[in-house]
Design a protein around this ligand. Structure first.
Ligand code: ADP
Ligand code: MG
Length: 294
């Protein structure tokens, strides 16, 4: 790519660990004139919970959507457990063991809670394939109980639930599946303190079991330091910090974000708007149209 690093910017290069399940090198993605991500290097170790941090518009969701098979990268390379990885669709990524809770939740409003929980992996009776409602309901209840989320009736359409309850269902659906890599895009955004704590407890339990590796986009640093092993901070489409949570602090993370703000203000004043990598354009932050068929 022709773009250059901005003055004062630190870009984290490719890194790896012997137990990596996922690796991303030099991934970039544009949407027409907008550069959503410029050059992302990431890795995820087995059993690890990685926080992907960054301001609105930094490119976090785009990265998650590339890993989840929703978008295709323009350039760059990805590996899944040592094998080249380029999912053709969200279903293809799922077949590879990567499941995602998207920021713009993929629940179907008209379907009941338990049908949403089993969307795309409906239980069927064999040899006659019809949905086993009783079995799905029982497992749905179990999955929700496991999180501790109280949803009075599993038969109501999810349109009637609160944002936090909907999010809890989306997370429950994903973690109760058999994926060994889970991507969570702002899973706690619409939740109250109690629901958020329940999801974090669930993630702590998964972590203790050690079989699942998680990338989680969070905004609240308290959650980051409570739940995550490592942080990767993304700014204007590149990773500018990659550290174990034990080696960084709220102060350090805040300082980097404030510095970026100052740099952008300076660039603005000197009439040089290039500091935003095109990412500050007026395009919607949550696109609804996929560029790969799901
Ligand atoms: N489908 C799309 N079409 C056009 N622009 C997009 C699309 N998806 C994301 N963008 C733009 O890319 C940039 C990064 O977006 P996103 O990855 O959603 O950021 P974040 O999740 O960090 O807030 C933003 O400027 C956003 O407007
Ligand atoms: Mg986002």
């Amino acid at each position: 790519m022709a773009e250059q690093a901005f003055a004062g910017e630190h870009i984290v290069g490719p890194a790896e660990a012997p137990d990596d399940v996922l690796r991303v090198e030099h991934v970039a993605k544009r949407f027409g004139p907008i550069t959503a991500i410029r050059d992302i290097n990431l890795h995820l170790r087995k059993g690890e919970v990685l926080a992907l941090l960054g301001d609105n518009g930094a490119g976090k969701s785009t990265m998650i959507k590339i890993l989840s098979g929703f978008h295709k990268p323009d350039t760059g390379t990805m590996w899944l457990k040592g094998e080249p990885y380029l999912p053709k669709s969200v279903d293809d990524a799922r077949a590879h063991g990567i499941d995602t809770v998207f920021q713009d939740l993929a629940l179907v409003d008209q379907l009941s809670v338990y049908h949403n929980l089993f969307l795309r992996r409906e239980r069927v009776h064999r040899p006659i394939p019809f949905l086993s409602n009783r079995l799905m309901k029982r497992e749905a209840r179990k999955a929700l109980d496991e999180i501790g989320i109280n949803i009075p009736s599993l038969d109501v359409p999810v349109a009637r639930l609160s944002g936090g309850q909907r999010q809890a269902i989306a997370v429950a659906r994903t973690v109760s599946g058999d994926a060994d890599i889970i991507l969570l895009d702002e899973p706690l955004a619409a939740m109250g303190a109690k629901e958020g704590a329940m999801i974090l407890d669930l993630i702590a339990r998964l972590k203790a079991e050690g079989n699942v590796s998680i990338v989680m986009i969070l905004h609240n640093y308290v959650h980051v330091f409570a739940a995550c092993d490592r942080v990767s901070l993304i700014q204007d489409g590149v990773i500018v910090l990659d550290k174990p949570t034990s080696e960084t602090s709220v102060d350090e993370l805040t300082e980097i974000v404030v510095e970026e703000y100052r740099r952008a203000r300076l660039a603005e004043r000197s009439g040089n708007g290039a500091g935003a990598a095109g990412a500050s354009s007026a395009a919607p932050a949550n696109p609804t149209s996929p560029d790969t068929a799901e």
